[in-house]
Ligand binder design. Structure first.
Ligand SMILES: [Fe+2]
Length: 199
């Protein structure tokens, strides 16, 4: 249930007054924590803008052909990306912005109390994107499922649950390590190296 009358899709048909982001965050605080974690700020025809609160509890990677823009407005997060076949942890600190090119698998890890803005292109039916999982031990690809973007909203979460529940799907074919269902992020240590602690 929405906590205010703010209708993100109204931006498609009329010019909305400017939004004070901190006031908006206060009004949508209940939406910005688990299990929902995110809320549309704008839901346009060409792109949409989401506000996302931590903690999140996912270890899937998202791969699509389109770009994504991150602006971290409260607290520090880590975006895990796949680069040259390896997992690289990119800290995105409060006040920093981050741009992910198309074709780069990414998995944001968001500690409690953090709030970020993410801008994504609206991907039309017929275009596909991928849900992937990588091995925490050898960093190999464990699972790769392609979705039509028309179906992804309703199928993405169930696909994750099916993956975690099935040893045949979630065991690394290279080293035999299982990818298990993650608990929410507890905190992230950034120095001297990134350590992501879960609850
Ligand atoms: Fe592995």
């Amino acid at each position: 249930m929405r906590t205010t009358t703010h209708d993100a899709a109204a931006c498609r048909t009329k010019v909305l007054p400017p939004i004070n982001i901190w006031k908006w965050v206060e009004e949508h605080r209940d939406r910005l924590k688990p299990p929902v974690g995110n809320e549309y700020l704008y839901d346009g025809d060409g792109f949409f803008v989401m506000v996302i609160g931590g903690p999140n509890a996912r270890n899937d990677f998202h791969l699509s052909g389109s770009e994504e823009y991150f602006f971290q407005i409260k607290g520090d997060i880590v975006v895990r990306i796949i680069e040259d076949g390896k997992i690289r942890d990119v800290p995105v600190r409060e006040g920093e912005t981050f741009f992910i090119p198309g074709g780069v698998p990414h998995s944001p890890t968001r500690p409690p109390g953090t709030i970020g803005v993410v801008v994504e292109l609206r991907r039309p039916p017929g275009v596909t994107e991928h849900q992937q999982f990588y091995c925490a031990k050898c960093q190999g690809l464990v699972f790769d499922k392609e979705f039509d973007c028309a179906d992804i909203v309703e199928n993405f979460a169930q696909s994750m649950e099916d993956f975690w529940a099935d040893p045949a799907l979630s065991t690394c074919p290279t080293c035999g390590t299982r990818v298990t269902k993650p608990t929410p992020i507890k905190r992230i240590i950034f120095e001297p190296e990134v350590i992501i602690e879960r609850q």
